[in-house]
Design a protein around this ligand. Structure first.
Ligand SMILES: [Zn+2]
Length: 161
């Protein structure tokens, strides 16, 4: 059986959360995925994560359990599989494999939606710049349209946070 200690020895929590799509900034902080976070409230230190806003905390295994809604054993198996730790001597049961696959799928869909939204934001920002330029050159009736566009861009950015 793979031990939690072995997994923790081989993995840096920051590498793991980055691998699962969390952006960690230079100060070792990230937007917390466990509450509706607007600032980077989640911090990483000595192999642990802590959110100063919602209070979630734990080690790398706790993170994977919470993030993917897995039990302890499933989280260990997932880390072993994703990071090829080669620690597993236990075979996954069919239902465990199915559950991990489903969790990965949910994450992929979420990630994909986010990327679509990002490219949408880029297009809107580009349109905004063109219209704003025209507005500055004296096309004043563009004002309400610019305001709407501005609101829409803000709204979309919020959705991605
Ligand atoms: Zn939080």
């Amino acid at each position: 059986m793979i031990s939690a200690k072995e997994v923790k020895e081989q993995l840096r929590i920051v590498d793991v959360v980055k691998y699962y799509g969390i952006n960690v900034n230079r100060k070792n902080k990230a937007i917390c995925p466990f509450h509706d976070d607007k600032h980077a409230s989640l911090s990483f230190k000595r192999g642990m994560f802590t959110c100063f806003t919602c209070g979630e905390h734990g080690d790398v295994i706790d993170f994977v359990m919470k993030y993917f809604n897995l039990n302890f054993r499933e989280a260990l198996l997932k880390l072993d599989k994703d990071f090829q730790l080669g620690l597993s001597t236990l075979k996954l049961s069919d239902s465990e494999r199915e559950k991990i696959k489903r969790q990965n799928h949910i994450r992929d869909v979420r990630e994909c939606r986010k990327q679509e939204n990002n490219s949408e934001i880029k297009q809107l920002e580009q349109r905004y710049r063109i219209l704003f330029d025209a507005y500055c050159k004296g096309n004043k009736q563009l004002k309400p349209y610019l305001d709407d566009l501005d609101k829409e861009i803000d709204w979309r950015i919020e959705q991605n946070e």
